[in-house]
Ligand binder design. Sequence first.
Ligand code: ATP
Ligand code: MG
Length: 557
Amino acid sequence: MSDKTKENINVTEEMETSNFIHNIIDRDLENKTYGDRPIYTRFPPEPNGYLHIGHAKAICLNFTTAQKYGGKCNLRFDDTNPLKEDTEYVESIKEDVRWLGFQWDKLLFASDYFDRMIECAFTLIKKGKAYVCDLSAEEIREYRGTLTEPGKESPYRNRSVEENLMLFQEMIDGKYKDGEKVLRAKIDMASPNINMRDPVIYRIAQATHHNTGDKYCVYPMYDYAHPLEDAFEEITHSLCTLEFEDHRPLYDWVLRELDWEMPPQQIEFARLNLTNTVMSKRYLKELVENGHVEGWDDPRMPTIAGLRRRGYTPEAIRDFCERIGVSKANSTVDISLLEHCIREDLKTKVETRMVVLDPLKVVITNYPEDLTEEMEIENSKENEAFGNRKVPFSRELYVERDDFMEVPVKKFFRLYPGNEVRLKGAYFIKCNEVIKDSEGNVIELRCTYDPETRSGSGFEGRKVKGTIHWVDAKTAVTLTVRVYDYLMIEDENGENVLNPNSLKIMNAMAEPSLADAKAGDRFQFLRKGYYIADPVLYTEDNRVFNQIVDLKSSWKK
Ligand code: ATP
Ligand code: MG
């Protein structure tokens, strides 16, 4: 782990104890701000894509906050935009939240509240707090003003309540085309907060909604719908990301104008940003649609589905979310922290196997032709309870190509001509001869072994500096191993761009015990990293393994 990551981890461990949201809740409980009502949170995704690791932060925060206070948390689909939403996404989001280990109190759709929301809009109109406006989207933008200049009032701003009631009803009845009319809140065109300059609260969209079909042709805007959804569900603390901070006055305005009792309060926290990662659903969708990845669940994707297929565990992701903590300041977390969390989780949970990713043949010239020995090797260095397994060993083996150098660099202690190394759990071998093809590529190493040096025999005659892993050629199982690099890398301007080399497919040789693996099984490949039998593709005829994460090995050149 880099020093930088260590630093991050220390900092965030301190932050855990000072979750500012919990401080607010503690105060509210003390003051009985919500009477005797339970603490109630919600996770409100828009079903317009798959969830990503940033959403995991919001999920963990909402659900664990409710748990901490013996409260409840809803899963609510914020499906107020019929153009981008789809039931495929609804299903994937449910699966992801469950997989992360959380159970919602109620499963809800904002679209179920459309009638109540329209009723509330009529209430606002009757109070003179909303009006139908005929300006085009572009005109509304022009009239809105800028950060330094106040906005201009719409010529439709002073329509009578009666006229507004009639026109809004006509909007609902489908009398107008998209964009012809909108309903706006009547607040203050001179407000320093642009969100308060008569924001649009209803627009017309002649579109089929994934849930309500063609029943509605007016749809509420997020800033109007969200406080109502929260209020209808008796949410106490509505947690959202920082970009909504400037929208909070509007959130409060809506509920105040509707005389809501004990209204929910919006509290903003910093989004999760990760190095080497782009987390916008829109961008991820583009990657899927343009075929840059295999799908939303491509193991390189930062989606929950991708991380699951990559071999991440819910425990590791929850641990990560806890370590990064919750704060008010935007920052970027080093992705190595996420990698650290999965290594920590798998360390004692999975068994180790020997797999040679890039095989180079070794022939032990002084080993009997038809002998096979069973070498006893521990299943885990970290967890004795896993015991040992027997691994066959015979005259022809595979070793990792990069464990050999014809001309060794300084401090290279592995195989090179004349050098002796230990084969893990077996014998010392010495490289005597290098066989090459006609193009000069090394294709085989001729070695000799020393029968005295068998592991566990107590041999103390001499020491070697390198131990390498190996696979018996006769009994080897062939695997397709997918080794990943980051999907995104930084270009010279520090911008995230697609990494053209994010996937490397290798034909690996594995010890025979891996023939029993099932889809979804995880292992440590000795000296290589953690791997999972691909949950989607793996079969006995197509043994596809995905790299979960590498080991931070001391073997790196
Ligand atoms: P994206 O920009 O990736 O499309 P979004 O914010 O539009 O994400 P929503 O479906 O609206 O996605 O998000 C549901 C919840 O998840 C919101 O409360 C949102 O604030 C939160 N969320 C989204 N991205 C992050 C993130 N990177 N870190 C923390 N919370 C996030
Ligand atoms: Mg969104």
